[in-house]
Design a protein around this ligand. Structure first.
Ligand code: HEC
Length: 212
């Protein structure tokens, strides 16, 4: 019995490994479904979408190439995405990246905006950062899809270059990381330049609870 199982287990393992490899290969193969048909199905799935929301169901060039490459584009496409998204970034006219961290915290907390019931908007649209990130340790309810941002500025010596990079990250997450799951808050017109500065202050200001 013992000998039987030492022989049979490796055989089963080899067969399973073969099947997994074949399955993975099949999964990576180009989709056989017409992308236009997929787009139509997605649009049809939102029959009650408010008119103002409908344009959001149409993927732009970056979203389309991320979808076509299952969010891991080859180098040349990744570089094209980064180039396009970098060019989409608008910078503060006064050259300053830090606004008011208190307002930044309010915006990071707020998940208002862009839902069916939020058209037309009746209050300021938020950044909903806590949905994916730990930010201050006072707030215990947060998502973990993104990395913790606790101590963000302090851990980076409050460097001006980092403040700029954080501004760029929030304005257009795909400029740094093509096909990121983080929204492009500035480029998609979710947040304004001033609102993004307020959130940068939340992460980068020495007075912010993030860095206390
Ligand atoms: C839907 C989830 C999601 C939301 C909402 C989101 N993020 Fe992110 N964020 C991510 C993920 C995932 C990463 C890691 C991948 C990447 O860098 O794009 C990330 C990365 C980051 C980074 C870089 C972290 C590092 O290691 O340097 C910063 C800064 C950041 N997010 C700030 C924010 C802020 C501020 C907001 C709100 C305005 C926000 N994020 C909203 C998912 C999200």
């Amino acid at each position: 019995m013992r000998m039987f199982s030492t022989v049979i287990v490796p055989i089963v393992t080899v067969v399973l490994a073969g099947a997994t490899a074949a399955f993975a290969q099949q999964n990576l193969a180009k989709p056989s479904v017409d992308p236009a048909r997929v787009d139509a199905v997605v649009t049809d799935a939102f029959p009650t979408a408010p008119v103002d929301l409908r344009p959001r169901l149409v993927p732009d060039e970056t979203m389309s190439s991320c979808s076509a490459n299952r969010n891991s584009p080859p180098k040349s496409i990744a570089e094209a995405i980064q180039k396009r998204e970098r060019a989409a970034i608008h910078y503060p006219a006064d050259g300053k990246f830090l606004g008011d961290w208190k307002n930044g915290e309010k915006l990071a907390q707020s998940g208002y905006g862009l839902r069916f019931t939020d058209y037309p908007p009746r209050q300021e649209i938020g950044g909903n950062c806590y949905a994916c990130h730990q930010i201050t340790d006072q707030e215990v309810s947060y998502g973990t899809l993104g990395p913790s941002l606790l101590g963000y500025g302090k851990l980076r010596d409050f460097k001006q270059a980092v403040a700029k990079a954080v501004y760029e990250k929030i304005y257009d997450s795909h400029a740094a990381f093509p096909c990121s799951t983080m929204p492009r808050f500035g480029a998609s017109k979710i947040l304004t330049v001033d609102q993004i500065k307020d959130i940068v202050a939340l992460l980068m200001s020495p007075e912010s609870p993030v860095n206390k």
